[in-house]
Structures are given as structure tokens and as C-alpha cells.
Design a protein around this ligand. Structure first.
Ligand SMILES: CC(C)(COP(=O)(O)OP(=O)(O)OC[C@H]1O[C@@H](n2cnc3c(N)ncnc32)[C@H](O)[C@@H]1OP(=O)(O)O)[C@@H](O)C(=O)NCCC(=O)NCCS
Length: 200
């Protein structure tokens, strides 16, 4: 197994892999980094037949690395044994589901997402590729989160809301209205405080 990204987020992924019984882990990073525990960190090589998980918390960077690695890479989908993922949910390759997270029936989660500690994804939600649901974020039923969007810690999105692509939902926000692409929203009720350019 290759973990690409010797970050704090990567550490949590190592913990999950170990809990899944996987200890043959090569850790790669683009920068020189200290070992993570017993795992030395080396520069990226060719993934060959190994499975890969990208341990980079920044959504846009995770996407860049996935695009750089290109097609033909086999991605792992680590799910902590203390998470609950309904057998009727779909979780895309390269996505990581952390301890205490819940993914309910007919939820569809894209590739290379982070479903962080104790995040909750209710029935029929659709989460786009490279999205990140932070610890304790709650998506009520039928919510859609667009590609690359980041839902902050403890934020709640009420049922049926659509959050666009590459949005930021601030920690603790309560989202009760749709959020357009690239917007940052905070507060209760959530309000837009900025909108990024598409290429930012
Ligand atoms: C939303 C967020 C990205 C905004 O960061 P930013 O773009 O640097 O914005 P600023 O810190 O300049 O704040 C802009 C304004 O929004 C307010 N604000 C920022 N984050 C807020 C939040 N989560 N809730 C309520 N208000 C918030 C600030 O107080 C400030 O208000 P002011 O203009 O009246 O002074 C950030 O505050 C946040 O919540 N990040 C999520 C962190 C998180 O969940 N981490 C989990 C890691 S796994």
C-alpha cells in the first residue's frame, strides 16, 4: 500500500490501514519529511501494482496529485472499522472514511473524498469527487455537495440543500439555502462571505 502525503491527515490514514490489518505501507511525499513512526518517507516512485491512497487534506492538491498519477492507478478506499457505511451506499475509490463516520443508504460519495471523524452523511446524499466533510459535519438527507467542496467541522446542512463545486462551508455553519459554486459561507443561518474565482 502506498500512502501519498506524509501529513497529519496521512497519520490518521495509517492508523486506519493498520486497523484494517495493513502494515506494509510505503509513505511518499514530494518534500523531504521525517519518518512517520516506523514508516520512512521517500520521494514518489511508480505505483506499479500497489494500491494507493492520497493522504493530502487540501482538496485541490489531492486532485492535482490524482491527475498527475493518471489512469491505471489502483486506489484503496480505507474505511475505519468503527465507521458505519451502509451496504446500500456507494463510496468511490480513493475516498477515506474515518472513525465514527456514518454513511447511510443510497448515499453516493465520489472519488478521493475525505469523510472525516464522526461526519454523518444521510440517505440519498451525493458528494462529489475530492470533497471533504470535516469532523462532525452533518449532511441531512438528499443533500448534494459539489466537487472539491469542503464542509467545515461541526457544520450542518439541512435536507435537500445543494452546495456547489469548490465551496467552503465554515466550521459550525448551519446551511439552510443552496450555495453557489466557489462560495464561502459561514454562520447560522449560513451567509456568503466571499466567492473565489474559478481558477483560485
Ligand atoms: C470559513 C473559513 C474558511 C473562513 O476563513 P477565512 O477565509 O480566512 O475568513 P476570515 O478568518 O478572514 O473571516 C472572515 C469573516 O468571517 C467570520 N468567520 C470565519 N469563519 C467563521 C465561522 N466558521 N463561523 C462564523 N464566522 C466565521 C470571521 O469572524 C470574519 O468576520 P468579520 O469580517 O466580521 O470579522 C474558516 O474560518 C473556517 O471555518 N474553516 C473551517 C475549519 C475546519 O472546519 N477545519 C476542519 C479541519 S479537518
Amino acid at each position: 500500500m502506498i500512502l501519498y502525503g506524509a501529513s497529519g491527515h496521512g497519520k490518521v490514514i495509517i492508523d486506519i490501514l493498520e486497523r484494517m490489518g495493513i502494515t506494509d505501507i510505503a509513505v511518499w511525499d514530494d518534500a523531504d519529511k521525517e519518518p512517520i513512526w516506523q514508516y520512512p518517507v521517500t520521494r514518489p516512485g511508480a505505483p506499479a501494482d500497489d494500491r494507493v491512497v492520497i493522504g493530502i487534506g487540501i482538496n485541490a492538491t489531492r486532485r492535482k496529485v490524482a491527475l498527475r498519477l493518471g489512469d491505471g492507478v489502483h486506489y484503496a478506499t480505507p474505511v475505519h472499522p468503527a465507521a458505519w457505511v451502509s451496504p446500500r451506499a456507494v463510496v468511490g475509490e480513493g475516498t477515506v472514511v474515518m472513525a465514527g463516520a456514518i454513511v447511510n443508504p443510497d448515499a453516493r460519495i465520489g472519488r478521493h473524498c475525505i469523510i472525516n471523524t464522526s461526519a454523518s452523511v444521510d440517505h440519498d446524499c451525493i458528494v462529489g469527487d475530492y470533497a471533504h466533510l470535516s469532523p462532525n459535519a452533518t449532511l441531512c438527507g438528499d443533500v448534494q455537495v459539489g466537487e472539491g467542496s469542503w464542509v467545515g467541522a461541526g457544520a450542518t446542512v439541512i435536507q435537500g440543500i445543494h452546495i456547489g463545486k469548490w465551496c467552503m462551508v465554515g466550521a459550525g455553519a448551519v446551511v439552510i439555502a443552496d450555495v453557489p459554486d466557489h462560495a464561502t459561507v459561514v454562520g447560522n443561518p449560513a451567509r456568503i462571505i466571499k466567492t473565489k474565482q474559478a481558477d483560485e
